[in-house]
Design a protein around this ligand. Structure first.
Ligand code: ATP
Length: 274
């Protein structure tokens, strides 16, 4: 990948990126509003997303999942604390550099497919590359398109595709630029269970077969079961983590979350999981 303008190096106050780490947050805090309307959406969250790992973020509604994803992906700015993507400390970037980082190094899959209706599937997949003035790597593109099973539908427009197929286009679009990290916000929220399973399978294949790093916010223990690990948020703090999750184990832990008193929430210390 070539970028015309080098990204600003990390601040000397922030540790350099650790090898094998795709992105990390340190003491990440996000406060919305003030006075009576003040909400601490994230409270000193430290989390590491390792390269080639599929992480699911879970927790009760309003616990800060989307805020964490938005801050980690450079879509929202923290109130305090740091976010690094690779070696880049996001707070050192101006708006233009941040836009470039999102375009070149981060892939997104949202609940709404967000495809452009006038473009074909192929044009939608390559749009971020086209906007960046980059020529698609044909072999990479072929690999992605065949992985998500879209080879026969590349000249279809979104309205001619099912919801599941549209989300496959969105997954292929997210992977097309070989981003450092792909963020998914409830990527199967609009899909029936079969299409959802397919999309989750593709995300997992991208991790296993291509070494992609994927971070996904979900409410669904079955979806979380596709991940390599699940991190649990409660009231803006990281309270637990599970490796090699199964839907049943995730469900059991979720049931305990809101009622229980997680140790990290009691201690007053920053919540940190890596
Ligand atoms: N723009 C905003 N202005 C004010 N408060 C906000 C804003 N965005 C989020 N919040 C608040 O921050 C907290 C965390 O919200 P967030 O959307 O991150 O939670 P979530 O875990 O993703 O929720 P859900 O599972 O319901 O989508 C909530 O209390 C929410 O009301």
């Amino acid at each position: 990948m070539t970028t015309a303008e080098p990204l600003v190096p990390p601040s000397p106050h922030v540790p350099l990126a650790t090898p094998g780490v795709a992105a990390a947050t340190t003491d990440l805090t996000k406060v919305y509003g003030s006075g009576d309307t003040r909400v601490v959406a994230l409270d000193r969250v430290g989390i590491t997303f390792r390269e080639g790992e599929f992480t699911a973020i879970m927790g009760p509604s309003g616990c800060g999942k989307s805020t964490l994803m938005h801050c980690a992906a450079g879509l929202d700015s923290p109130t305090s604390g740091s976010v690094r993507v690779g070696t880049t400390e996001l707070s050192t970037l101006n708006d233009r550099q941040l836009t470039r980082l999102r375009r070149d190094r981060i892939g997104f899959v949202f609940q709404a497919f967000n495809l452009l209706p006038t473009l074909t599937a192929l044009e939608n997949i390559t749009l971020p590359l086209t906007l960046a003035g980059r020529r698609p790597d044909r072999r990479w593109l072929d690999r992605i398109v065949s992985m998500v099973g879209l080879a026969q539908r590349l000249d279809h427009r979104p309205a001619q595709l099912s919801g599941g197929q549209q989300q496959r286009v969105a997954v292929a679009r997210a992977l097309a630029s070989r981003p450092a990290i792909v963020f998914g916000d409830e990527p199967t929220g609009n899909l029936d269970s079969r299409s959802g399973a397919e999309v989750l399978g593709f995300l997992r294949d991208s991790v296993r077969e291509m070494g992609q790093t994927v971070v996904m916010v979900t409410h669904d223990p079955v979806a979380a079961g596709y991940a390599d690990r699940v991190v649990f948020l409660s009231d803006g703090r990281l309270v637990d983590e599970m490796a090699r999750p199964t839907p049943q184990r995730v469900m059991d832990l979720m049931v305990r979350l809101p009622g229980g008193t997680p140790p990290a929430a009691e201690s007053g210390a920053p919540s940190r999981i890596s």
